[in-house]
Ligand binder design. Structure first.
Ligand code: IMP
Length: 429
């Protein structure tokens, strides 16, 4: 039984982490986000009711759970407050058990304007970002000009920083992109109004987290996006702007690598991707459409249709290595119910050479040919099953093959969107 666990997406995001984190947080005391921002979209179904979370950790849906937004997260004050109010409408009270790091760089309106303006200007070479200002906010952090959560406590200091940063952004917006500038007084007033609501939640979260750790609380680290979207290890430049891999926990929450005990990788039983960039096992046309419809593969944040394809073992194998995975969770097995045959990409071929993991050189990756095995499907549904022994033999064979190809044991299988649609092979916590 572990005392803490990280849950990491090991494809291109949208692996169903929300449901698994929600499922595991029933037993967790603390849930921590450590990277990304409100570009994430977790759809969780509780008692038949769908809730979408973008920024607040999924643990918020359990009354006993403390939730932490670590310093590695870029924080939009308006998105956060909207989410708090939405949860309150559903009789869930985040205030009092949600802490925000004082070091979080803020996402303010000029980040969103620049993100969207830049994407538009790029035309067909656009990244396909979520348009939430994530990239520009991380750029400010690294350029050491970010306005951080702690800056909301000193109005004069905030006014001065905002003026400097906005001058810089408005120059780029008007002179380089020939777009409209962002209004200073409006941004100032609006942010100060939001600050009054958020200030009680802003603390030194690293200190808090270590207090919980010393008190032997059960801690879960909730990854956002997926390994292939990692700024360093993903399919650059078609990536997000943070480290989505397990290493991000240390920097993004102030929790040293030696303290993380279990690292569970979440993967769908097939593959999806939103946004642009190479995707070797992508299914185009009718086959892709049918997987998309069956799996309801439309983005939780933007509603965009997701690109769908077969399970890509090189991607998951690469993720196992990068994240030092201790276990796998396979989600959406039920989406494959009723298929006659199912393909698995075991490796790629590139110029006659066998590749076991993806190349991070975009041109090489785009030219990789997926090499498939074809496995028999199953007629009896897996949807809603909770007991491994009741899975059809063909589904068990399929899962065993994935496990062997990746080299990491499967510990959880998800057979539907509800909390109860879950097969647990190894108890966490
Ligand atoms: P950004 O994170 O908005 O800058 O978008 C960069 C890339 O990451 C785009 O391809 C997005 O579609 C993708 N992305 C960002 N967040 C998510 C997510 O939560 N799931 C899947 N893809 C995401």
């Amino acid at each position: 039984m572990s005392k803490n666990i990280a849950v990491i997406g090991i494809q291109w995001g949208d692996e169903g982490k929300g449901k698994i984190v929600d499922f595991l947080s029933e037993k967790a005391d603390v849930v921590v986000r450590f990277q990304g921002g409100n570009n994430a979209g977790h759809t969780v179904v509780v008692n038949g009711k769908t809730t979408k979370l973008h920024l607040i950790p999924s643990g918020i849906l359990h009354e006993h759970c403390i939730n932490i937004i670590g310093n590695g997260v870029v924080l939009s004050p308006s998105a956060l407050l909207e989410e708090i109010i939405e949860l309150e409408k559903h009789n869930i009270a985040p205030r009092g058990r949600l802490y925000i790091s004082q070091n979080c760089p803020l996402i303010l309106p000029y980040h969103i304007t620049l993100d969207q303006t830049r994407e538009k200007a790029k035309g067909s070479s656009a990244i396909g970002t979520t348009g939430r200002g994530i990239g520009p906010a991380y750029e400010d952090k690294v350029a050491r000009r970010a306005i951080r959560a702690v800056d909301l406590f000193d109005e004069n200091n905030f006014a001065e920083k905002l003026k400097t940063v906005l001058d810089y952004y408005n120059f780029i917006l008007t002179q380089f992109y020939h777009a409209d500038p962002v209004d200073y007084p409006k941004t100032f007033d609006e942010t100060m109004r939001l600050a009054e609501e958020l200030k009680p939640l802003i603390v030194n979260t690293t200190e808090k987290l270590h207090e919980f750790y010393r008190a032997q609380k059960k801690i879960m680290f909730e990854g956002a996006q997926g390994t292939m979207l990692d700024i360093d290890h993903g399919t650059y430049p078609f990536v997000t702007s943070s480290n989505t891999t397990a290493g991000g926990i240390s920097t993004g929450a102030g929790f040293g690598p030696r303290y993380v005990e279990e690292i569970m990788g979440i993967s769908k039983a097939y593959t999806t991707r939103v946004g642009a960039g190479p995707f070797p096992t992508e299914l185009l046309g009718k086959d892709g459409d049918s997987l998309r419809q069956k799996g309801a593969e439309f983005g939780a944040t933007t509603g965009r249709p997701r690109r769908c394809g077969w399970f890509d073992a090189p991607v998951v194998r690469y993720a196992a290595m990068l994240n030092s995975l201790t276990g796998l969770c396979i989600t959406k097995l039920d989406v494959l119910d009723g298929m006659k045959t199912i393909k698995i990409c075991t490796h790629y071929e590139y110029r006659g050479k066998k590749l076991e993991i993806p190349s991070t050189d975009l041109n090489t990756f785009a030219a990789c040919k997926p090499i498939y095995e074809e496995w028999p499907g199953w007629d009896k549904p897996t949807a809603g099953l909770q007991d491994y022994d009741r899975l059809p033999q063909a589904a068990k064979n399929y899962l065993k093959r994935l496990e062997k190809l990746v080299g990491v044991p499967i510990q959880i299988i998800s057979t539907g969107p509800a909390r109860t649609d879950t097969v647990v092979l190894k108890q966490q916590f």
